[in-house]
Write a protein that binds this ligand. Structure first.
Ligand SMILES: *Cc1c(COP(=O)(O)O)cnc(C)c1O
Length: 458
């Protein structure tokens, strides 16, 4: 089929939307390492997790064997309000770059929360409601997850309590107000409301907070409040499972036109969008049915894959969550204050970590000014104002397309455009004013944060 016949946007019919999520772990030969109890270092059992997490979500978290898990009807109806999301052929970007590469992006920013996070938020809220809970607690960094969860909770009539990293709480007052519009309560983290918050504030007065710290506060609150559980917007395998809807739709859309991607690119914070986008493709790769180059892109100021260690670590600063084996910079690692591009989590999803350790995917880190240059170029030619996080993927998609220009290869590149950047104008402003620096942590800084790893025998 010639290029001309491929539309700018490939949409799917409602009937073509996935009816089940795909659990990539079922097809992996080397399974991700199990979560461990932070005290005993023994693998976590479902009962031990049930005080913190919702029951059905725990089942999904621990399920390494069921390849397809049906999407409940109520979630499928909610998905229909904003999905299927378009797979866009970036004709304008190709033209601008004068590249023979064919570039596609899967755009997940077409909902009020502005990102892919709604795909998992609605699933998690659904299972909390089914369990008869009153509400959920969570953390949010940049604010997209908190927004998505507040939308999902208001849909199902659940209370939503969000601990928002203090620096974002102050820099992004509008994000906070969107959450409150949907009925969530929002507290800056660390706060004096939790034991762990008080402890962190005593040790680090004036700290602007971190995701790891906000997680500890949200977990503490969930265990202390009757009828509440804690939910998380990234990192966990259940989140990656829900996000497989991105990859499944992408695959169906590409298959409709007989398109085989050569390179699949996604930004990596905790790994959920990347894991979701690549899931069906990685499945084919593992089953030796197809081969793809798969690239994770992370900020050079928070380089978990490219400079972290593959070990068991705490998922949160307060060390209350289960231990996860993952590429990590240490749970005390906090990216430099000058870092504005999101993706600031110290660790990585355990499934992606195992795939990376097995050489099934690549990772690359990029400096933030390069990311914003790509963001601006993309906005000007494709129209969409991208989130800084998503722009990490744009950067590498452009770099790969430019390599094709040199070699004349007509590669097909697919990348995940996870969201829009309307609430990130403070970061764009810094970029426009030439005030953005590319601070990269030194080996000593990373080594120092890695000194506090838990002592797990393997
Ligand atoms: C949260 C977020 C990310 C990073 O999270 P992952 O779990 O790594 O996908 C990327 N892009 C946007 C727009 C986000 O909101």
């Amino acid at each position: 089929m010639s290029n001309k016949e491929i539309p700018y946007k490939i949409y799917l019919e409602e009937s073509e939307m996935p009816k089940a999520w795909y659990n990539l772990r079922a097809d992996m030969k080397n399974k991700p390492a199990p979560l461990l109890d932070p005290q005993t270092h023994q693998p976590m059992k479902a009962e031990a997790l049930s005080g913190v997490f919702c029951e059905e979500l725990i089942k999904q978290e621990l399920d390494d064997t069921t390849p397809y898990i049906e999407i409940p009807e109520a979630i499928r109806s909610f998905y229909k309000m904003y999905r299927p999301s378009p797979l866009v052929r970036a004709y304008c970007l190709e033209e601008k770059l004068q590249t023979p590469a064919k570039i596609y992006y899967k755009f997940e920013g077409n909902n009020t929360s502005g990102s892919h996070k709604l795909n998992s938020a609605i699933a998690q809220a659904y299972y909390a409601k089914e369990q008869g809970l009153k509400g959920v607690t969570t953390e949010t960094g940049a604010g997209q997850w908190g927004t998505a969860l507040s939308m999902a909770c208001s849909y199902f009539g659940l209370d939503c309590r969000v601990h928002m990293v203090k620096v974002s709480y102050e820099q992004k007052p509008f994000r906070r107000e969107v959450m409150r519009t949907y009925g969530a309560s929002v507290t800056p983290s660390p706060s004096m409301d939790t034991e762990v918050g008080r402890k962190i504030l005593a040790e680090h007065p004036g700290t602007t907070g971190s995701l790891g710290c906000a997680i500890s506060e949200a977990v503490e609150e969930a265990t202390k409040l009757d009828g509440y559980r804690y939910v998380l917007g990234s990192v966990l395998n259940q989140v990656m499972l829900h996000q497989s809807v991105i990859g499944l739709e992408t695959k169906t859309a590409l298959d409709k036109y007989g398109i085989k991607p050569d390179i699949i690119i996604g930004c990596a914070g905790g790994g959920s969008n990347l894991g979701g986008l690549i899931a069906p493709f990685m499945g084919e790769k593992i089953r030796s049915e197809a081969d793809y180059r798969i690239i994770a892109v992370e900020p050079s100021s928070c380089p978990s894959f490219t400079r972290g260690k593959y070990v068991y670590d705490y998922c949160d600063t307060g060390m209350v969550c289960p231990l996860s084996k993952m590429y990590t910079l240490g749970s005390g690692f906090i990216p430099s204050a000058s870092h504005a591009g999101g993706l600031r989590y110290h660790g990585m999803n355990s499934t992606l970590s195992q795939l990376y350790a097995d050489g099934l995917m690549e990772a690359i880190s990029v400096a933030q000014t390069e990311v914003f240059e790509a963001a601006e170029l993309f906005a000007r030619v494709e129209g969409i104002l991208p989130a800084p996080e998503s722009s990490h993927a744009i950067r590498i998609a452009i770099n790969e397309a430019m390599k094709c220009k040199e070699t004349g290869e007509e590669k097909t590149i697919v990348f995940g455009l996870t969201g829009t950047g309307y609430f990130d104008m403070y970061a764009y402003e810094k970029f426009h004013n030439g005030q953005m620096d590319n601070y990269v942590p030194t080996d000593d800084e990373i080594e120092l944060a890695l000194k506090k790893l838990p002592n797990v025998e393997e």
